[in-house]
Design a protein around this ligand. Structure first.
Ligand code: GRF
Length: 202
């Protein structure tokens, strides 16, 4: 049976699209995107999913307590029997309930070399700090922001002429590449977690 991926997003959805592309091209074999959920009405990522004929659901988070909201999202993910959940520009913190329910089954992509520059505007943070290499990280999600065991990272050099826009573009290209690879590793189960380390077993 095909492994089922659930995607949570809030905006543009280019990482979702890269995953969908990888599934379609067989780079993530024996898998399908079962549902795409957004907390934001009108997220372009939802339109992208609809254009691909993938099931979507918008669940507005307005005025709801974090766990109350997360229980609604979890119910939809359960309904679609997802094996893995990919956060793809999902601009919400997850409740301990949600993290525990899907422990080691939630992945996130972040546009920095964690643990450097967690949070928002990581590319700008990297430029302002003056580091010479930036990059992106795919990690399992735990209760803390942009934390959790690291599955894959990719680096990009920061050149003198780089701006937030050019750096973000270079990083995004790597995000699209390694997110699919990481999902594949997890779905194939060819890894083990030892402490904070995610080790390949195949
Ligand atoms: C990406 O840079 C991702 O790393 C971060 O949010 C951004 C989402 O972009 N978590 P997109 O919606 O996937 O295009």
């Amino acid at each position: 049976m095909k492994k089922r991926i659930g995607v949570l997003l809030s905006g543009r959805g280019s990482n979702f699209e890269a995953l969908a592309e990888s599934v379609a091209a067989g780079r993530i074999p024996n898998a399908e995107i079962a549902v795409v959920i957004s907390n934001r009405e009108g997220a372009p990522g939802i339109q992208r999913a609809e254009a691909r004929g993938i099931k979507t659901q918008v669940i507005s988070s307005k005025g709801l307590e974090r766990e109350v909201y997360d229980r609604q999202v979890a119910a939809v993910l359960d309904e679609h029997q997802v094996d893995v959940i990919c956060l793809a520009g999902y601009m919400r913190l997850l409740s301990p309930f949600f993290v525990a329910k899907f422990l080691n089954r939630i992945l996130n992509i972040h546009p920095s070399l964690l643990p450097s520059f967690p949070g928002l505007e990581s590319q700008r943070q990297a430029l302002e700090y003056g580091v010479k290499f930036a990059g992106c990280t795919v990690h399992f999600v735990d209760e803390n922001l942009d934390a959790g065991p690291i599955i894959l990272q990719a680096t990009v050099p920061i050149l003198d002429g780089d701006t937030e826009a050019t750096l973000s573009e270079k990083i995004l290209k790597e995000e699209h590449r390694i997110y699919s690879q990481a999902v594949n590793i997890v779905l194939e189960g060819k890894y083990k977690i030892e402490g904070r380390r995610v080790l390949r077993t195949g």
